[in-house]
Design a protein around this ligand. Structure first.
Ligand SMILES: Nc1nc2c(ncn2[C@@H]2O[C@H](COP(=O)(O)OP(=O)(O)OP(=O)(O)O)[C@@H](O)[C@H]2O)c(=O)[nH]1
Ligand SMILES: [Mg+2]
Ligand SMILES: [Zn+2]
Length: 293
């Protein structure tokens, strides 16, 4: 029996089957028993070695290559870039959720950029201000609208040769944007007229392959997310714009709340945006309340 070993990426899993995209083809594979016994089973995003037998077409995953990172919801691995996708209207922008996701990704050390969607139905001044704000903080910000092919093209360039996730609240237009990038129709949700929110259309975990050799993960919209950060962890280190004042407050363990001579508080409205500081205080409280004794 002639066999052939290839390297590929797990794009979808279904019961005991793993769909592995190699350079040239999609191979429906099974995993060796040893993976199934432990909690070491292949996950979407895994780079794997797959042995293909010429006779029965299917493949066997023989090895999972080391993972770059593991994300929890949905459970995927090896994300090269996470896009946080938010609209400004319909649904309204929620900076608390955006900042929360930004700091969680800082904590997980996942490269992250921001996309503001639906630029066609929002005030251009407001969009520009937001873009500037997050660029000042140190993030790359992209703008998109389903009516703007140029914006879609620029975002598509970011996907090239990488595994890129798109996450954000329900109804912001993640799936619509991904459909544009792929040039094919995925299932798009309707915004509820009453709540102006989406209805969580996207449910499955699957990587879509782009024609510039990228992999895209569409995710179900979220409305809340838990701040799973250690109580002892220095939250301020996850705020990029706070970092330049590190060690400059009077007290070494300054929490930037009511301490005297606090550089963070002194620079609010100067280099630190009020909403970011307010969210910092909220997160600090949440971490305290999550504390396990
Ligand atoms: N005006 C406007 N509407 C958009 C745009 N992008 C998406 N929409 C609409 O917004 C609604 C929700 O779009 P989806 O792409 O399903 O949103 P989603 O983020 O994937 O939502 P979930 O899968 O529920 O998380 C649909 O009615 C889209 O037609 C845009 O750029 N401009
Ligand atoms: Mg969707
Ligand atoms: Zn301070």
């Amino acid at each position: 029996m002639k066999t052939n070993e290839l390297i590929g990426t797990v794009v979808k899993t279904q019961r005991e089957l793993y769909y592995v995209q190699t350079e040239d083809e999609l191979i429906t594979s099974k995993a060796r028993g040893l993976f199934r016994k432990s909690d070491q089973s292949p996950l979407v995003g895994d780079k794997v070695l797959v042995t293909v037998s010429k006779e029965d077409k299917g493949g066997y995953i023989t090895k999972i290559l080391p993972r770059k990172n593991i994300l929890k919801r949905p459970k995927v691995v090896n994300i090269d870039l996470a896009f946080l996708v938010f609209s400004i209207k319909h649904p309204n922008l929620n900076l608390y959720l955006l900042d929360k996701n930004l700091i969680i990704n800082e904590y997980l050390k996942v490269e992250t950029s921001i996309i503001f969607t639906k630029t066609d139905n929002s005030d251009i001044k407001e969009i520009e201000n937001l873009k500037k704000m997050y660029e000042d903080i140190g993030y790359r910000v992209f703008l998109s609208s389903i009516f703007d092919d140029e914006g879609v093209k620029i975002i598509k360039r970011e996907v090239k040769n990488r595994i890129v996730s798109f996450s954000g609240p329900s109804g912001v237009g993640k799936t619509s944007l991904i459909s544009k990038i792929l040039g094919k129709d995925l299932e798009i949700g309707e915004i509820s007229n009453k709540t102006k929110r989406g209805k969580n259309t996207t449910r499955h975990t699957e990587l879509f392959v782009t024609d510039n050799k990228g992999f895209i993960l569409d995710t179900p919209g979220f409305s809340s997310i838990n701040l799973d950060i250690d109580y002892d962890f220095k939250l301020d280190s996850l705020f990029r714009e706070f970092k330049k004042y590190s060690g400059q407050c009077k007290y070494n363990d300054c929490l930037h709340l009511n301490e005297p001579d606090c550089k963070i508080k002194e620079n609010i409205k100067n280099t630190i945006y009020q909403t970011r500081y307010d969210n910092y205080k909220m997160f600090l409280n949440e971490i305290k309340n999550n504390r396990r004794f």
